[in-house]
Write a protein that binds this ligand. Sequence first.
Ligand SMILES: CC(C)(COP(=O)([O-])OP(=O)([O-])OC[C@H]1O[C@@H](n2cnc3c(N)ncnc32)[C@H](O)[C@@H]1OP(=O)([O-])[O-])[C@@H](O)C(=O)NCCC(=O)NCCSC(=O)C[C@@](C)(O)CC(=O)[O-]
Length: 368
Amino acid sequence: MLSSPLRHIAASFKPRSVALASRNARTYATETKIPINIVEVGPRDGLQNEKGVIPVDVKVELIEKLALAGCNNIEAGSFVSPKWVPQMAGTGEIISRMHRLPDVHYAVLVPNQKGLDGLFSVLDTYNQSSHSESIPPPSDEISIFTAATDAFTRANLNTSIAESLVKLAPVARTAIDKGLRVRGYVSVAIACPYTGQVDYKKVREVSKELLEMGCYEVSLGDTVGRGTPTQVAEMLEEVKKDVPVEKLAGHFHDTFGTAVANVFTALEHGVRTIDSSVGGLGGCPYSPGATGNVATEDVLYALQGSKYSVTGTEYGKGSIDLDKITEIGWWISGKLGRESISRAGRALRAKKIRDAEMAKDGEVRAKL
Ligand SMILES: CC(C)(COP(=O)([O-])OP(=O)([O-])OC[C@H]1O[C@@H](n2cnc3c(N)ncnc32)[C@H](O)[C@@H]1OP(=O)([O-])[O-])[C@@H](O)C(=O)NCCC(=O)NCCSC(=O)C[C@@](C)(O)CC(=O)[O-]
């Protein structure tokens, strides 16, 4: 009889040909998967739209938890007027205080030069500190935003689309000159709460302009969550006439329950980056009834076993850990005084509770 450790080695031994075949099979499976990036926007797009204002400490903890779940792109907050969006006050403090991981991009939203100056002042303090050699910077990326209708741009930025582009171009240039990445958003890419159906040609034109001003990627927002897969496909076909699809990201809200279907439609049309929000946080202040972003849990769950694989840091074993994200979704929802609204998050939590009860039940029976 073999001793226990040797039995273990014997059990794991396979003839060389079998070992090679199974390694090749694993390599093949990994190589054929199409890598997808997730941009976790919960701390920004999610929390900015929640009624309750979350304390800085909790936001810091949220961002840290997300990075430890494997998220490699996190929108951490925004430097906007606190009169317009009080929920985002304290972003400078948050990005200075949070523990930052080297392989994670921490982005902040800026609407104008004043917002960029707010970020620069945080970065100046970091650069002057003695830790700047060893600790990653508070942020390496800004997101700028405009929209596909004048009415929405007026509501969100107090300008027309054309004026917003004129104002954003020097902001993007200055950020790039300082070594920051710049990402662009086009809101209301499908429907506008003020004007209804959107002209996709406008989405195409605005996306092109954002790329020309130096954005490395443009995220197309179904801000009010009204889009259907057919509309997403039509919109993307139009935008792709002028913009390489590798430069596009999909940003879907889930008001009508179509967000996961819209994610898959975007992926099938060549989009490789998806914005999502832990716990399905968020909404849209200009669109009554609009719900949050597609939940990160729902996207991760739906992508399982598909031809796509989600990229992430070593903390998510090269991906984003669905169980950890589910827990975070419940934790942050609890801080908001409610339950997670992610469908997958709710089902996974219920299963976990049921499994724990059954295990306990089993233990009790075993003792009887
Ligand atoms: C752009 C403004 C400021 C123009 O608003 P304004 O009123 O025209 O600006 P202003 O230049 O006249 O300034 C008004 C006051 O705001 C201050 N101010 C001015 N700028 C800043 C700043 N950066 N940070 C802090 N304070 C600022 C400024 O100093 C002044 O203060 P006061 O003199 O009255 O005391 C305003 O419209 C604004 O803050 N808009 C941001 C709205 C916002 O954050 N919306 C949500 C983000 S977009 C989004 O969620 C959609 C997206 C991206 O997720 C994709 C999708 O789903 O579609």
